[in-house]
Design a protein around this ligand. Structure first.
Ligand code: CMP
Length: 215
């Protein structure tokens, strides 16, 4: 539980009490944890692995809103406002999650202001991120959106070595295009172009980006 930044302010006794009410659960890759519009009853924290948060259009196309990694949490909105799930959640790899019932989550918010503040900070950060996505989708062309998404993935999930960043390929190309908000064919054109310019190197398990050249 100490791994979850939301709980970093708790003392040993509070962490012990929290451990009693959390459940640790392992999920296989591609498990749908919940779907958009369902009634929400559980709060999730990622201990290891990763989870994609996404919405689906009526024709079945997906838009990935965010990727949650170790230490991050999701599923709080429907518990706070009592409305249906605002998005779907699915594991991208084998993942270990901590879950808390809706009632326990709300009790925790009522009794511990630091945790409430942590949730407010998380919601503020997501609103800023969403504003940025609205800006990008409104004002940037598809190629620039792909490049911005690659830089964002590199900064959030990459391993840096000088100006080169290696990013483990947890997302497939369909998913990267859903994250960037572009058609897959556009993504592949940009990737091919970056490969030709030796800015990007693809292998089966990861890709390497020369950030200095890319910028
Ligand atoms: P909830 O609506 O209960 O279920 C879906 C969850 O996805 C939601 O709570 C949030 O935790 C998360 N979520 C929804 N929209 C976004 C977004 N734009 N960015 C990041 N996470 C989101």
């Amino acid at each position: 539980i100490k791994k979850v930044p939301l709980f970093s302010q708790l003392n040993e006794e509070q962490l012990g009490a929290l451990a009693q009410i959390c459940t640790r659960r392992s999920f296989k890759r591609s498990t749908v944890l919940f779907s958009e519009k369902e009634v929400g009853s559980v709060f999730y924290m990622v201990l290891s692995g990763s989870v994609k948060i996404f919405t689906t259009s009526s024709s079945g196309e997906e838009k990935i809103l965010s990727i949650c990694k170790s230490g991050e949490s999701f599923g709080e909105l429907s518990l706070i406002d009592g409305k249906p799930r605002s998005a779907s959640a699915q594991t991208l790899e084998d993942s270990v999650l901590l879950t808390l019932t809706g009632q326990s989550f709300l009790d925790l918010l009522r009794t511990n202001f630091d945790i409430t503040l942590g949730i407010m900070q998380e919601l503020s950060s997501r609103l800023r991120d969403t504003n940025q996505q609205v800006f990008d989708l409104t004002f940037l062309d598809a190629r620039t959106r792909v490049i911005k998404s690659l830089i964002k993935m590199a900064n959030k999930h990459g391993l840096r070595n000088g100006t080169t960043i290696t990013i483990k390929l947890v997302l497939n190309f369909d998913e990267i295009s859903q994250l960037a908000g572009v058609q897959k064919v556009t993504l592949m054109q940009v990737i091919r172009d970056l490969e030709e310019k030796q800015i990007l190197t693809l292998s089966s398990s990861d890709f390497k980006l020369d950030l200095a050249k890319l910028r």
